[in-house]
Design a protein around this ligand. Structure first.
Ligand code: SF4
Ligand code: SF4
Length: 444
């Protein structure tokens, strides 16, 4: 049963603001965040670095700054990469303050029509999302580039601005959770986990879920895919829609709180970070904290469950595949999982692991950020392309579907035929890794 909060939206907005009012005041204006902020690195705009964002929110709190369109533009230009928070000497978390600012502003001014549609109809309702996937798939791939060239429609569809030539991925209209709601290991059962798919894996990269289920069951873990699970709430939160995000939290609490599962495993860094860290901090409750404790990143969980010796994979013939790793911001800095993916890649037969420089630097994806600020996402991503190029890798592995999407687009634009896969896909077997029609369709 879905619980509804009893307060009008404006009360919740003020509640967030009061609750975190001390955070902007932690900034000592040292400027250390300038060196690490990818947005500041491209814009050199002081209002877009952590220090500037803190000052703006302090001004809002003091009543010295109006909630303007300009402020909205600045707030939406933060990727939420957390690079500022991890390098801040006073422990301030500007990404969180920026998010609270977005919730505050959207609560006061309302959401644009297309965001209401996305957040309250599509992300809130998994059935609507699955049903509309086929239509969105068709419209997305056929119409994205033609519309991106039509300036007249940009005010109504801002997410296609600058989008000419973008890779628009195929959407899988079949909901993974309904096709195979559970998977049993062949031998003795060593544990039981719930797999949290997230929208990106379910609709864009279902092969990652297949690989995760195979890899877990090979280690003797029973996997269930709770059918009632919904979006983690990250897209709604980053649009500023606290009401929908709160509903999704309650829905996932219901869906994932089975006492008989040892862990809830995520394949998406952003979903994991949102469920484990972000929503408990925003909407904290005892049950949210209990769920948070059960959330594990897939690679970190697999590290604790080694493959039985008798199933150890054989080394494939031929030269090893040269693989590098892009560390998703929400996995490394968000969930504190730094080594698990690298260790897994280094342990796989047939793979030569090579660490790229600045592997933890943001790729510019940021989910909705790359829709609303595609031009900036491409500028930030150019640095990542150069690091991948100099690594001389044949494959890029990562652990977040949003990064996978962004890196695929970046490499395609740079005319580098380097596939991007989820780490777990490589643990299954060395797959067919050419850029396929199934993975993505470029319109340019
Ligand atoms: S690093 Fe932290 S304390 Fe220093 S200016 Fe940036 S937000 Fe403020
Ligand atoms: S979260 Fe990232 S993009 Fe946002 S202010 Fe901090 S460093 Fe910059």
């Amino acid at each position: 049963m879905l619980r509804r909060h009893p307060y009008p939206e404006t009360y919740i907005m003020d509640d967030f603001l009061r609750k975190h009012a001390a955070e902007p005041g932690k900034c000592i204006q040292c400027g250390a965040c300038q060196a690490v902020c990818p947005v500041y690195g491209e814009t050199l705009d002081e209002s877009r670095v952590a220090r500037g964002r803190m000052a703006l929110m302090e001004a809002v709190l003091q009543g010295d700054l109006l909630l303007s369109d300009r402020l909205n533009e600045i707030l939406t230009s933060c990727i939420g990469c957390k690079a500022c928070a991890t390098s801040c000497p006073s422990g301030a978390s500007a990404d969180f303050v920026n998010l609270v600012g977005k919730l505050h502003l959207a609560g006061a001014k309302g959401l644009p029509f297309y965001q209401k549609l996305l957040s309250r109809q599509i992300f809130l309702n998994p059935q609507v999302m699955a049903a509309s996937a086929r239509l969105l798939d068709l419209l997305g791939r056929r119409l994205y580039t033609p519309l991106a060239e039509l300036r007249l429609v940009h005010p109504f569809l801002p997410f296609i601005r600058d989008g000419k030539g973008r890779i628009v991925p195929r959407l899988d209209p079949g909901a993974r959770r309904e096709r195979a709601p559970s998977c049993l290991p062949e031998g003795a059962i060593r544990g039981r986990v719930a797999l949290f798919l997230g929208c990106g894996v379910e609709l864009l990269y279902p092969q990652s879920a297949e690989a995760a289920m195979e890899t877990l069951t090979a280690r003797g873990i029973e996997v269930i895919v709770p059918p009632e699970q919904a979006c983690c709430g990250a897209p709604s939160l980053h649009m500023g829609d606290a009401d929908t995000a709160r509903k999704l939290v309650y829905r996932n609490l219901e869906a994932l709180s089975d006492p008989d599962v040892d862990a809830v495993v995520t394949l998406c860094a952003t979903c994991g970070y949102t469920l484990k860290e972000l929503t408990p901090r925003l909407f904290g409750s005892e049950s949210a904290a209990a769920l948070s404790a059960k959330i594990h990143d897939l690679q970190a969980f697999l590290r604790e469950c080694p493959v039985p010796v008798e199933q150890a994979a054989t080394v494939p013939d031929g030269p090893p595949l040269r693989v590098t790793y892009h560390e998703p911001c929400h996995l490394g800095r968000g969930m504190g999982v730094k080594d698990a993916s690298r260790e897994m890649l280094q342990s796989l037969p047939g793979i030569e692991y090579v660490e790229m420089r600045d592997a933890d630097r943001c790729c510019g994806g940021g989910g909705l950020f790359s829709l609303s600020h595609y031009d900036l996402a491409l500028k930030i991503g150019r640095h990542k392309v150069e690091r991948i190029r100099e690594s001389d890798a044949q494959v890029v592995a990562t652990a977040c579907p949003a990064c996978q999407l962004q890196l695929t687009d970046l490499l395609n634009r740079a005319q580098l035929a380097i596939p991007v896969v989820h780490v777990v896909e490589l643990s299954r077997e060395i797959p067919q890794l050419g850029m396929s029609e199934k993975d993505a369709t470029g319109d340019g």
